[in-house]
Design a protein around this ligand. Structure first.
Ligand SMILES: *Cc1c(COP(=O)(O)O)cnc(C)c1O
Length: 369
């Protein structure tokens, strides 16, 4: 087998595919000298809200900032508890800790998302909110979560950083909770050329709060400070680039689904692999990541890397096992099992068939096929 190199994502290649449009956006921003909170940001926010299906979108500096500002918008602080999955990127949990609240971790199910049947058992009189995380482009069970939240009067903040464009029964990720939180980190399904993020919401109050807080608490029209805020708005330049890329999202999602199907057809006969395909009516997987589980864990992912296939193994070490984070490890069985086995294959819209066939060949050769 001739060795090749297949990248997990290839931002340079995607840039070359969109070069004329991205260059036009760049020159437009530069020539107008519009850098902070100008037309490109407003346009992107309008288009993003439309795409997600909410009244408002507010561009922020990062996915983390969108989670953090959401916590504050919900009035969550010291003494409050917020339920969050044990298997997620650490930023979900850090947003809770950094407002002085206590994260209450809950195990996940084999689809990598929070186990809704384990939410009630950790609820106390201090429980104020739930932060479901929609990992890899596949949403947590929002109908069940909203039912619990309505019954017990809890705030829902969706960490949708990995699931822009996903939906359940036609309702988009980020349109269910008080807020939806998105990241435009370059590896995400809608990636910028640096950090970026956004909140989506149907609440004018939350939208106004976030718009002020991203500008150090200031109402830009009156100059009045409405609280101690932050400097965390999405750059106008990034917004201009993201606005170009957002237009491609529907066709890119179709492309991702086609790649996922190709992986499925080529790999589903391998008994030691668990592939990320789920049969749940109404749920739509947009494949931000194609994260499979291999019984051979690290041995499998190392073999792929040695053969030039760039893979991600998020997260081999669960965040609550990092000592400095000071979080209780209550023994999350599913999280521990899948953490040993996860491996995300290259999944992006710039990949070609030759590269995909090579990835498939390497995976099969690991199993002697
Ligand atoms: C990427 C990500 C974040 C954080 O986004 P940043 O833009 O890197 O701050 C939060 N939660 C999840 C699930 C993510 O994947």
């Amino acid at each position: 087998m001739e060795k090749r190199k297949v990248r997990f994502v290839d931002p340079g290649k995607l840039y070359r595919m969109l070069k004329s449009e991205l260059d036009a956006a760049y020159f437009d921003v530069m020539e107008k000298g519009e850098l902070i909170n100008r037309g490109h940001l407003k346009s992107f926010e309008e288009n993003l809200a439309k795409f997600v299906g909410t009244k408002y979108a507010i561009g922020l500096n990062s996915g983390y900032d969108s989670l953090h500002v959401s916590m504050r918008a919900a009035g969550i602080g010291p003494g409050d508890e917020v339920i969050v999955p044990a298997h997620t990127f650490v930023a979900s949990c850090s947003a809770i800790v950094n407002v002085g609240a206590t994260p209450i971790l809950v195990d996940v199910t084999p689809d990598f998302n929070i186990d809704v049947n384990k939410i009630k058992e950790v609820m106390t009189s201090r429980t104020k909110g739930i932060m479901p995380v929609h990992l890899s482009g596949w949403m947590a069970d929002m109908p069940a979560i909203m039912k619990i939240a309505d019954k017990y009067n809890l705030v829902v903040i969706e960490d949708a950083c990995q699931s822009l464009g996903s939906s359940i029964n036609g309702i988009g990720a980020g349109a269910w909770g008080l807020t939806g939180c998105f990241s435009f980190y370059p590896f995400k399904i809608l990636g910028g050329y640096g950090d970026g993020g956004a909140i989506t919401t149907n609440s004018l109050e939350v939208a106004t709060f976030a718009r002020r807080m991203r500008f150090n608490g200031e109402d830009r029209e009156t100059g009045e400070y409405h609280g101690h805020g932050f400097t965390c708005l999405l750059d106008n330049m990034q917004a201009a680039f993201l606005d170009v890329k957002l237009r491609y999202m529907p066709q890119w999602i179709e492309k991702r689904k086609a790649i996922a199907n190709k992986y499925r057809e080529a790999l589903s006969d391998l008994p030691d692999l668990l592939l990320p395909h789920y049969d749940r009516p109404g749920f739509d997987h947009v494949y931000q990541n194609y994260t499979l589980r291999s019984k051979q864990g690290e041995e499998f992912s190392n073999y792929l890397k040695e053969h030039g296939v760039e893979v991600l193994t998020q997260f081999r070490k669960p965040y609550y096992k990092h000592k400095a984070l000071n979080l209780p490890d209550r023994g999350f069985t599913e999280t521990e099992a899948l953490s040993r086995e996860v491996c995300s294959l290259p999944m992006n819209v710039e990949i070609d068939d030759v590269e995909l066939d090579y990835v498939i060949k390497v995976v099969r050769s690991f199993y002697g096929k």
